[in-house]
Design a protein around this ligand. Structure first.
Ligand SMILES: [Fe+2]
Length: 237
């Protein structure tokens, strides 16, 4: 029997409308992930290489978007505090099935705070809200397809491995939903969504190894490249 929150996730995940994604270009947040297009192509392209699997939107997409929606989730505009949790820079490149970078893709992320709670009224856990955590962020891929976010390392919650939700929308396609998981998390073996991804190559595309210290002396970093498959094919029709 799954805990209530996991049951809610299952029940609601198919029922929610897709959000509109206003396009808005954002400035960099000082994230430290170093990316080059050449490295990106080597990492994710190749004949027969799979696309990033779609994953459900889930029930915790914000009902009301925060006023501060930039790509640094660890600070909320107008507040002096920092989000609780291990600061983590996530960056990557968005490419199509041929490995070509895709520019001007709007990306949104949302996740639990440093206590393991979503800032969403349907999260029925007793865990605290963190007013210094933005909970949701946006950015747009650059000409070379790269993007970056500064957030905190996600925590597991009942029924789910640690993950970050992603929504992508570009010219004529999307929103495309997926989720990013953490390498080495023991909950990956039982996560009801990740375990649906049977192809190990597809699974690998969803799992990111974080590097760096966990003591907060500097951000951890992780690279999450996203290969657009069906979404891009729809665009080209
Ligand atoms: Fe989630």
């Amino acid at each position: 029997m799954l805990p209530i929150r996991a049951q809610t996730a299952r029940r609601l995940s198919m029922a929610l409308p897709e959000p509109a994604l206003p396009r808005r270009r954002l400035l960099g947040a000082g994230a430290a992930v170093v990316l080059t297009p050449a490295l990106a192509l080597a990492a994710v392209a190749g004949p027969g290489a799979p696309a990033t699997p779609a994953q459900m939107q889930g029930p915790f997409y914000p009902l009301a978007l925060p006023l501060d929606q930039d790509n640094d989730l660890t600070q909320v505009r107008g507040r002096t505090g920092r989000a609780k949790g291990v600061v983590t820079d996530i960056g990557g490149v968005v490419v199509d099935l041929r490995g070509q970078p895709v520019a001007d893709v709007a990306l949104e992320i949302w996740q639990v705070n440093g206590f393991g709670r979503y800032h969403h009224p349907d999260d029925d856990s007793d865990l605290p809200v963190d007013p210094n955590f933005q909970g949701f962020g946006r950015t747009v891929t650059a000409r070379d397809g790269t993007y970056r976010f500064r957030t905190i390392r996600p925590l597991p919650y009942p029924g789910r491995a640690p993950h970050i939700h992603f929504a992508l929308k570009g010219r004529g396609f999307g929103p495309f939903y997926t989720q990013m998981y953490l390498a080495g998390a023991p909950e990956n073996a039982t996560d009801f969504l990740l375990t649906r991804v049977r192809d190990p190559r597809e699974r690998d595309l969803l799992i990111v190894a974080l590097e760096g210290p966990t003591d907060g002396t500097s951000p951890m970093t992780g690279r999450f490249d996203i290969v657009l498959g069906h979404a891009m094919l729809q665009r080209e029709r």
